[in-house]
Ligand binder design. Structure first.
Ligand code: ZN
Length: 417
């Protein structure tokens, strides 16, 4: 009965999305929900995995945690009753998510035709900007297609290299579609690596080869612009109602060992097998091809302000160089804080955020053998979440560049780079 109602609702939602093109989130509520018992956890995990129109902004992976969930207007009363019935503490963060979404992007100015960081850009605009930069900086910058997505979009890696013999640094961003701040920040950082006069920036730009995948999930990213701002996964179809695999649960190390869902509708669905997603296999094939010369790999995500190190899976041991990873991560956090006093917490994914497996940072460390592997979770800590206003792109990206300078400096102190 319950399932039938959910299915009916999902079909209605799917129909609405089709009819109106883009989901407006008008009158959708955003709730913060505290998980205190195993029974509550199981209930929330069940709600998360159904095609019910609910969007969990965090996966309910353990007790003693809180998660945010977006609820359609017609479901608000039902879900509040359900929470009350199960003794779940909740608070309504906003009664109308559309008002938050409206603050994300400034009205397009007539004169602002070129690429910049006053606004978020679509995939085609990012790719066009990269092509322009490659033309302008042809002696040091190149771009390569490392494969195509499920929907046949190109996946691109930018390579910045000032001289032969440099060690490499690998960075991926926006593998989670809704995390727009990540591709916006990394393109700003790339621009700084090319144009900054700061001797610290020139040092790291010119003495390392930078491999940057600015949008590691182009299909999902596109969909987050055209149809559903809060889309997270790839766009692989699984059945009539459920699309997408969580690409950052699909890497081939400790796959499906905690913090994942076996249900295709879930936002943390791990896929049918390790690297079942072509986007992930394209990325790992590329990283393997350069890994022998890479000591630092970074996966850029949002949100929450964390610097995360291996590992994330269930009952994982400490990495062999845990103390070094912590020292280098803490140095980045301290230097980032100096800019705008935004605190970044440092620790393993499992320790400071939640259990998660099949994730890129663990794969890069354990399989690709890259000794310094981190996930960055950029701003913020809850006020805007995944829909950070565009005016925060530059300060956020400045913090990220400061982190890169600090990571490399501390890694040099410890003789990694
Ligand atoms: Zn993410």
């Amino acid at each position: 009965m319950v399932t039938q109602r959910f299915l009916a609702l999902a079909i209605v939602c799917a129909f609405i999305a089709c009819a109106h093109g883009k989901l407006s989130y008008e009158n959708y509520g955003v709730y913060r929900v505290d998980i205190t018992t195993d029974e509550q956890l199981a209930l929330l995990q069940q709600l998360e995995s159904l095609p019910n129109g609910y969007t969990f902004l965090d996966f309910p992976s353990n007790v003693a945690a809180s998660v945010e969930v977006v609820i359609p207007p017609a479901e608000k009363n039902n879900v509040e009753r359900l929470f009350q019935k199960h003794g779940i503490q909740f608070s309504l963060l906003t009664g109308n998510l559309k008002l938050v979404l409206d603050k994300e992007r400034p009205a397009r100015k007539k004169l602002e035709d070129g690429f910049g960081w006053e606004n978020f850009h679509e995939l085609e605009e990012i790719y066009a900007w990269i092509d322009e930069m490659v033309l302008q900086y042809a002696s040091v910058l190149s771009v390569e297609t490392i494969g195509q997505t499920y929907e046949k979009r190109d996946m691109k890696v930018i390579k910045l290299s000032y001289k032969p013999g440099n060690q490499g640094i690998v960075i991926d961003a926006n593998i989670h579609a809704r995390e727009w701040i990540t591709s916006a920040s990394i393109t700003w950082v790339l621009n700084e690596l090319l144009t900054s006069d700061d001797p610290r920036v020139r040092d790291i730009a010119e003495n390392y080869d930078w491999y940057i995948v600015p949008v590691a999930n182009p299909d999902g990213f596109k969909y987050s612009h055209t149809t559903d701002r809060l889309w997270r996964k790839t766009r692989t179809p699984h059945n009539l109602l459920c699309y997408g695999t969580d690409p950052n649960r699909n890497f081939g190390f400790q796959w499906n060992n905690g913090g994942t869902s076996p249900t295709p509708c879930s936002d943390t669905y791990a896929g049918t097998a390790p690297e079942s997603e072509v986007e992930v296999s394209n990325l790992t094939t590329f990283i393997r091809s350069v890994a022998a010369n890479v000591k630092l790999s970074l996966s850029i995500h949002s949100r929450g302000q964390y610097i995360l190190l291996p590992f994330g899976y269930n009952n994982a041991p400490r990495a062999y160089n845990y103390q070094d990873l912590m020292q280098i991560g803490r140095r980045a956090s301290v230097d980032m804080y100096k800019l705008y006093q935004k605190p970044y917490r440092v620790g393993t994914t499992a320790d400071v955020m939640y259990v998660a497996s099949g994730i890129s940072v663990d794969w890069a460390f354990a399989v690709a053998g890259i000794p310094l592997s981190y996930t960055f979770e950029l701003r913020d800590q809850g006020e805007f979440g995944f829909v950070l206003p565009a005016e925060q792109i530059v300060p956020n990206a400045q913090e990220l560049l400061e982190a890169f300078v600090a990571l490399i400096d501390e890694a040099r102190n410890l003789d990694y780079m």
